[in-house]
Design a protein around this ligand. Structure first.
Ligand SMILES: Nc1ncnc2c1ncn2[C@@H]1O[C@H](COP(=O)(O)OP(=O)(O)O)[C@@H](O)[C@H]1O
Ligand SMILES: [Mg+2]
Length: 251
């Protein structure tokens, strides 16, 4: 399964990507996480130290992956993938190393091409943590054109639900088979209710609600992974979300 994680800035895409990736890996799946944020930090959420994350090799730009191309997915995973302490393999796809370095379209083209190959030979689940916004659906070809499922992360704000509703339309135009949304950072029953009513109003299929979790705040402050014990509730909510998203069944 190829899963793209998208949504407005700061809603929790990286957090949800890492928790889902860990959850699949904990059930024995081979998980490949792909960081396509130009300001990457998925690695820290998967257990790398900041220096380890900074040292990750970045995928070459504008590669054609697969038959007749410059490289195969097996070669890319072998040469650029790194196993993280969470058991998830990580590929760093895009990174801005210097000011005025130009647009990142070439990096997105590589990811698009990689997702178009038989990536299932390398991974049971490929999770792509996207940068905020909708450009990955509009950019020439669409970075996520070959995704099987898009998961739009929202927070309890109308603007993030509106972003989700625009995403649903664009994803359909791009031919992505399935798009679902998840409400994140719900602090109260009213927040959960807001997700249900706003999603119904804007035609957004709601796959689940994830609570605001002290364990996520603590992990963020410490610069590490969410502690499974302290984050027991959020791990349970992530497992429930997997039932909607698909991929590998919860073990
Ligand atoms: N369920 C949650 N509970 C508490 N804090 C959260 C939760 N999800 C995300 N956050 C916090 O919100 C901020 C943005 O999350 P992040 O995953 O980096 O968002 P994005 O990748 O969408 O920009 C971070 O400080 C993160 O720790
Ligand atoms: Mg992020």
């Amino acid at each position: 399964m190829k899963l793209g994680i998208v949504g407005k800035g700061g809603v929790g895409k990286t957090t949800v990507s890492a928790l889902l990736a860990r959850s699949y890996a904990a059930d024995g799946a081979r998980v490949l996480a792909i960081d396509t944020d130009s300001n990457p930090n998925l690695g820290v959420s998967l257990g790398l130290s900041v220096p380890e994350m900074e040292a990750l090799p970045v995928l070459p730009r504008a590669l054609i992956v697969g038959t007749g191309g410059n490289s195969t997915s097996a070669e890319l995973v072998r040469d650029y993938g790194r196993t993280t302490p969470s058991g998830v393999s990580l590929l760093s796809a895009i990174k801005v190393n210097e000011a005025a370095a130009g647009c990142m379209c070439g990096g997105h083209a590589t990811v698009r091409s990689l997702l178009g190959t038989a990536i299932e030979e390398q991974a049971d689940v490929a999770i792509v943590d996207m940068e905020a916004g909708l450009e990955h659906l509009s950019r020439s070809g669409g970075t996520l054109a070959h995704a099987d499922v898009l998961l739009v992360v929202m927070e309890p704000t109308r603007k993030s639900v509106l972003t989700a509703s625009r995403t649903v339309v664009l994803a359909e135009e791009l031919g992505i088979p399935r798009t679902v949304a998840v409400g994140n950072k719900a602090r109260t029953a009213d927040d959960a209710e807001f997700f249900r009513t706003a999603c119904a109003e804007y035609g957004v299929p709601l796959a689940g609600v994830i609570s605001f979790a002290a364990a996520v705040v603590a992990a963020d402050l410490a610069g590490g992974v969410v502690d499974a014990e302290q984050g027991e509730q959020i791990m349970r909510e992530i497992a429930e979300l997997r039932a909607f998203v698909g991929g590998v069944p919860v073990g």
